[in-house]
Write a protein that binds this ligand. Sequence first.
Ligand SMILES: [Zn+2]
Length: 93
Amino acid sequence: MTVYLIHLDAPLHHARHYVGYAEHVQRRLDHHRNGTGARILAVCNERGIGYDIVRTWDGAGKDFERKLKNCKHTARYCPVCSPRPRTYTPKER
Ligand SMILES: [Zn+2]
């Protein structure tokens, strides 16, 4: 599985990122784009806020997704927000 980080072009409810988890990231992104994926991204579609996957962690587990989601500093892992994003290699438990 792959954990992916989506960066929003404009903040939505103070959120600037979305963290997800999928086997086929591109297919999942297609779902987000047509509004059948995450609710927050469906709202972005409605409001014309652009977004894209900016980073992926192949072979990452659910634990890592949760960790990144709960992390208050997701921007530190985002190559768009941080000139030198944190390198972090999640380990499968
Ligand atoms: Zn970002």
